[in-house]
Ligand binder design. Structure first.
Ligand code: CDP
Length: 202
C-alpha cells in the first residue's frame, strides 16, 4: 500500500530534520528533492547544460560530495526556475512517492505539483533570521566557512527566487498543515509533524 507525505517549505526551515524523523517514525522511505536540484546545479557550475544535466541525472548523483554548499544552493535555485529542468525530474519523484511501503518527499512543490494527491501535506516554515542561524550552524559543523550575513542573504535571495518563479512556485498547498518552527525545539517540531501525519492516516 502506498502512503505519501509531502513536506514543503522555504530554505533551511527544518524540512530535512522533520522529514527524516517522520520517515523513521512511520517506517517510510525518504527523498530530499532539493538534492535533485543541487546535483543539477553542481553540474552546471562545472559547465554542463542544465536541461541535459537534469535529463542525465542518476540516483547515485544524489550521494555526491559537495552538494550542501551555498554556491551549489544558489546554482540549484537558478536551475529550478527552468520548466524543462523541473519536468525532467517529475517521473523519478512520482515513482518514489508511490513506492509500496510509502514515502516522505520534501521540497518546494511536492504538495502542489508533484504529489497533489498526497495523503498528508505539511508546510514547514520559520523566520528568515531563525533559518539563517540554523543553516550557519549546520554549515560550520560540516566544515564550511560562512558568515551570518551571507547565509541570511542567501536564504532571502533563494526564498524570493523560489516564490516568484512561474514554474511550481513555493507555496503551501491549500490543504497543507503549516508548522512554524521559529519558536519550537526540534522535538516539538517533529512532534507536531508526527501528530499531523497520524491524523491523516486515520
Ligand atoms: O536545504 P534547503 O532548504 O536550503 O534547500 P534544498 O531543499 O536543498 O533546495 C535547494 C534549491 O532547490 C531550492 O532553493 C529550490 O530552488 C530548489 N528546489 C525546488 O525548486 N523544488 C524542490 N522540490 C526542491 C528544491
Amino acid at each position: 500500500m502506498s502512503f505519501t507525505v509531502a513536506i514543503d517549505g522555504p530554505a533551511a526551515a527544518g524540512k530535512g530534520t522533520v522529514s527524516r524523523a517522520v520517515a523513521a517514525h512511520f517506517g517510510l522511505a525518504h527523498l530530499d528533492t532539493g538534492l535533485l536540484y543541487r546535483a543539477v546545479g553542481k553540474r552546471v557550475l562545472l559547465g554542463e547544460n542544465p536541461v541535459a544535466a537534469a535529463r542525465a541525472l542518476r540516483a547515485e548523483d544524489l550521494e555526491a560530495d559537495g552538494l550542501r554548499t551555498q554556491d551549489v544552493a544558489q546554482a540549484a535555485s537558478k536551475v529550478a526556475v527552468m520548466p524543462e529542468v523541473r519536468e525532467a525530474m517529475v517521473d523519478f519523484q512520482r515513482a518514489f512517492a508511490r513506492r509500496s511501503g510509502g514515502a516522505v518527499l520534501d521540497g518546494r512543490d511536492i504538495g502542489t505539483v508533484i504529489c497533489p494527491e498526497a495523503e498528508a501535506k505539511l508546510f514547514v516554515t520559520a523566520s528568515a533570521e531563525c533559518r539563517a542561524e540554523r543553516r550557519l550552524k549546520e554549515l560550520v559543523e560540516n566544515g564550511h566557512q560562512a558568515s551570518y550575513d551571507s547565509v541570511l542573504a542567501d536564504v532571502r535571495e533563494r526564498d524570493a527566487r523560489d516564490s516568484d518563479r512561474v514554474a511550481a512556485p513555493l507555496r503551501p498547498a491549500a490543504d497543507a498543515t503549516c508548522i512554524d518552527t521559529s519558536d519550537l525545539t526540534i522535538a516539538q517540531a517533529v512532534g507536531s509533524a508526527i501528530a499531523a501525519v497520524t491524523a491523516a492516516r486515520t
